[in-house]
Design a protein. Sequence first.
Length: 231
Amino acid sequence: MLQETKVIGGIKVNIYGEKSDKVYFFIHGQYGNKEEAAAFASLAEPKGWQVLSMDLPGHGERQDEGYALYPWVVAPDLKKIWNFMGLHWEHVAIRANSIGAWFCLKFFQFKRMEKCLFVSPVLDMEQLILKMMKEAGVSEQRLQGEKFIKLDEANVLSWEFLHCVRSFNIRNWPVETHILYGAKDTMLDNNTFTAFAKRFNCALAVMEEGEHWFHTPEQLAFLQAWEQKNI
């Protein structure tokens, strides 16, 4: 499969597949990287799609930038890539994992897209943050006072992030959207997925033995079958 590397506004991206007027923007989740898109691209290319992927801040080849998956850090990068795609492809779709899907909902809410494929999407970021706070025994008052509280090497609670999340409301999502989640996903309540799907008329698929991270041979086989069907 053809793979090309470009630098767009200082951001290195991988572009997979033969030249086409259709592209999927692959957005990975926490701990992920742009190379994850290769497996998806192998399924998308035969159907006429190219795939573009980037490392989010603090991930992949950008780990030296530090951990910074905050909306105000990610937004400029996504804007650069979106503008680039608009100049080079007529049809744009999204394939996103976990927090990558939340960024898609926040920043592309009013963009024209062909389709979205979300895997284990964080559809309610406030619910997730409050759960993390409860498990860590951190009150809102403490977080507001300290501003940042480090939980471990990868997770930092941020008062500004929580405030940003609460000011964001998904009012409009007319895009054809397919959601896959695992019944054993412990990050979000399963009702969150069903409620979102019902509200925005999304197609919902559940793997009973699936977790938030699809990584076992059985989970990956289920994932790829779902992708193959919905690309």
